[in-house]
Design a binder for this molecule. Structure first.
Ligand code: COA
Length: 269
């Protein structure tokens, strides 16, 4: 068995076994073309047809690989295909001087969790996904983070991740400065406590705003989410996806908890 680069024409065969992967369906049909263009989209074939796939998003800037979209046709499971795909991605990442490999696994996906642990991954953090809808203007008092503020220094001192297109990246100095410059980090200071969020838009899913809610108190979080809803409305986003390590969000407006995920990590060597 060999791991090969995917062909553009593999899409139809792949989609056939990636429709009802999870209780909510699957997203491979929406994302295949982007991943194909990005490269490092891998498949395993049986009788010339793809029966397993995964994508590796290799970031030289962060020296990390983000492994995503691991799918094995149900008729070909427990043959080591997923393991081979992951190990192949790791090898490509090492060739590109990456130091870490990451993937995201739904907390109730026992099979995938077993798989990743067997390959040496550990749970780095647990994240929650909430969904929210854009809304007409709501007045909310938030501020943009500036490089010469106390909160900027505080953020530099914490080991934080932010989410860009459902990939988790460390908020290092370089990224912090870039996001600050683009006014993508919002905050509020209520009762001497900071609440902070990072706003990005998905490059893969249409009209989708992603809010990484880093920390805060109820009042501050309400302000940040009200602002996000307002911004999403004025910029014609259809949905807001909130990703946070917080378990609960007390918000008077409708916010629905969808899923929880483990951020899995492995040191590459
Ligand atoms: C999870 C999934 C990718 C595993 O693919 P696979 O090719 O069958 O996995 P492998 O054969 O490489 O399995 C390697 C190890 O993972 C674990 N594992 C995989 N499937 C398992 C299962 N159904 N039950 C328990 N352990 C399992 C085992 O430790 C296994 O080793 P073993 O067979 O020697 O016991 C596959 O079941 C799948 O496509 N599931 C739906 C999509 C999905 O969940 N993708 C991952 C998203 S993060």
């Amino acid at each position: 068995m060999q791991v090969l680069n995917a062909l553009k024409s593999d899409k139809n065969d792949v989609i056939k076994f990636c429709k009802n992967t999870f209780s909510w369906g699957d997203y491979i049909s929406e994302i295949w073309d982007y991943w194909y263009l990005e490269g490092n989209l891998f498949v395993v074939r049986e009788n010339n047809s793809p029966v397993a796939l995964s994508h590796a998003s290799i970031s030289k800037k962060y020296r990390q690989v983000w492994i995503e979209g691991i799918r094995v046709n149900p008729n070909f499971r427990r043959k080591g295909y997923a393991s081979s795909l992951i190990q192949h991605s790791e090898k490509q990442a090492i060739k590109n001087d990456c130091l870490s490999s990451f993937m995201l696994i739904e907390t109730n996906n026992k099979n995938s969790l077993e798989l990743s642990k067997k390959l040496g991954y550990v749970i780095k953090e647990t994240w929650n996904f909430f969904s929210l809808l854009p809304e007409k203007p709501i007045s909310s008092q938030i501020e943009f983070i500036n490089t010469n503020t106390k909160i900027f220094d505080l953020m530099r001192s914490l080991e934080l991740f932010y989410v860009d297109s459902w990939r988790w990246y460390p908020l290092n100095d370089q990224q912090l400065s870039r996001l600050v410059e683009n006014q993508q980090i919002i905050y509020s200071n209520d009762n001497n406590e900071y609440s902070v969020a990072v706003i990005t838009s998905s490059t893969h899913f249409a009209k989708t705003m992603i809010v990484t809610l880093l920390f805060g108190n109820d009042l501050g979080i309400k302000k940040l989410l009200d602002y996000s809803k307002h911004l999403a409305n004025t910029q014609n986003f259809k949905r807001i996806q909130v990703l946070t390590k917080l378990n609960k969000i007390n918000n008077s407006q409708v916010i629905i908890k969808k899923l929880s995920f483990y951020l899995m990590w492995k040191k590459l060597e």
